[in-house]
Design a protein around this ligand. Structure first.
Ligand SMILES: Nc1ncnc2c1ncn2[C@@H]1O[C@H](COP(=O)(O)OP(=O)(O)OP(=O)(O)O)[C@@H](O)[C@H]1O
Ligand SMILES: [Mg+2]
Length: 262
C-alpha cells in the first residue's frame, strides 16, 4: 500500500501563495497526471512532497504518515525534466546509481544491483561505465530513473521527464514509465504540459490553475469531457489538445502523436 496524500497543502514564497490549500491523492499503483499552465504550481506540489518547498499549511502523508524527509531510504523520489543537470557530469552512470543505493550493500551486491536497475530501465550493463556526456538524452533520463529506483521508492514524482527529450525517444521513455508501474507497482505523480503524453500514461488527471486544483477525475473524462471552464481553455491551448487517437486506447506508443505536435 502506497498512497500519497496532499491534504490542504499551502506553500507560500514571501507574500505569494503558490499552493492554496491543495488536496490530491495519488493512489496505490496509480499514475496521476498533473497538468496546468506554466507557473500554476505543478512543480511546487512535487517539491513540497520531498521537502524542497516551504509548506506553511496542511499535510503531505504517505500511507497516513508524514513523508520521511532526509536520509538515503526515501520512499518518495523525484525525477526532473533535465537529465543533463540532474546527473553529475563527473560521475559514471554506475556511480550515480550507486550513490542512491542503501549504504549497507557490499561491493558485489552493489554491482548486481546496478546491473539490475540498468536492466529495469532497458539499458545495457556496459553503460554503467559511461559518463553522462557519452550518453544520449534518452539514456541519461533512463539513468536518472534508475537512480530514483535505487532507493526502492514507493512513489515517483516525475516532473516533465520527457519534455527535454527528442520526440523520437519520448515514446520509449513513456513506455518505460508504464512498465515501471506495471512491474514495480509504483505510484506516480506525472507532471506534464503535454496532454497527449498525459493521456497515454495517466489513470487520473488533476488540473491546476493558479495554485488550485480546479478539476480532477479519470483521464478520459477530464480530457475528453471537461467540466471546468479552465480545463476547456487549457485543452484549447496546450499541445495534444482534443486529439482523439489510437493512443486513447492505451496500446500504441505515442511517438507518432508526439511528432504531429512539433
Ligand atoms: N523558490 C521560489 N521562490 C519564489 N517563488 C517561487 C519559487 N519556486 C516557485 N516559485 C513561484 O511559484 C509559482 C509556481 O511555480 P512552479 O514552478 O510550481 O510552476 P509550474 O506549474 O511547475 O510551472 P512550469 O510549467 O513552468 O514548470 C511561480 O509563480 C513561481 O514563480
Ligand atoms: Mg514546473
Amino acid at each position: 500500500m502506497s498512497v500519497l496524500g496532499f491534504h490542504d497543502v499551502r506553500v507560500r514564497y514571501g507574500s505569494h501563495t503558490v499552493l492554496k490549500d491543495v488536496s490530491l491523492e495519488v493512489g496505490d499503483g496509480e499514475i496521476v497526471g498533473l497538468v496546468g499552465e506554466s507557473g500554476s504550481g505543478k512543480s511546487t506540489m512535487a517539491r513540497a512532497a520531498v521537502g524542497l518547498a516551504p509548506v506553511t499549511g496542511g499535510r503531505i502523508l504517505l500511507d497516513g504518515r508524514p513523508v520521511p524527509g532526509r536520509g538515503r531510504a526515501r520512499p518518495v523520489q523525484m525525477v526532473f525534466q533535465d537529465p543533463y543537470s540532474s546527473l553529475d557530469p563527473r560521475m559514471t552512470a554506475g556511480e550515480s546509481i550507486a550513490e542512491a543505493l542503501p549504504e549497507r550493500l557490499g561491493k558485489q551486491a552493489r554491482q548486481e544491483e546496478i546491473t539490475r536497475l540498468l536492466a529495469l530501465v532497458h539499458l545495457d550493463a556496459a553503460r554503467a561505465g559511461d559518463l553522462p556526456g557519452r550518453l544520449s538524452g534518452g539514456q541519461r533520463q533512463r539513468v536518472a530513473l534508475a537512480r530514483a529506483l535505487a532507493a526502492r521508492p514507493e512513489v515517483i514524482l516525475a516532473d516533465e521527464i520527457t519534455s527535454a527529450l527528442d520526440v523520437s525517444v519520448q515514446g520509449a521513455v513513456l513506455n518505460l514509465v508504464r512498465d515501471m508501474r506495471r512491474d514495480l507497482g509504483l505510484s506516480m505523480l506525472f507532471i506534464s504540459h503535454n496532454l497527449a503524453v498525459v493521456r497515454y500514461v495517466a489513470d487520473r488527471v488533476a488540473v491546476m490553475h493558479d495554485g488550485e486544483i480546479v478539476e480532477h477525475g479519470p483521464t478520459a473524462q477530464v480530457l475528453g469531457a471537461p467540466r471546468h471552464e479552465y480545463t476547456r481553455h487549457l485543452l484549447a491551448a496546450l499541445p495534444g489538445a482534443g486529439r482523439r487517437t489510437s493512443s486513447d486506447t492505451g496500446t500504441t506508443p505515442p511517438t507518432s502523436i508526439l511528432k504531429e505536435q512539433t
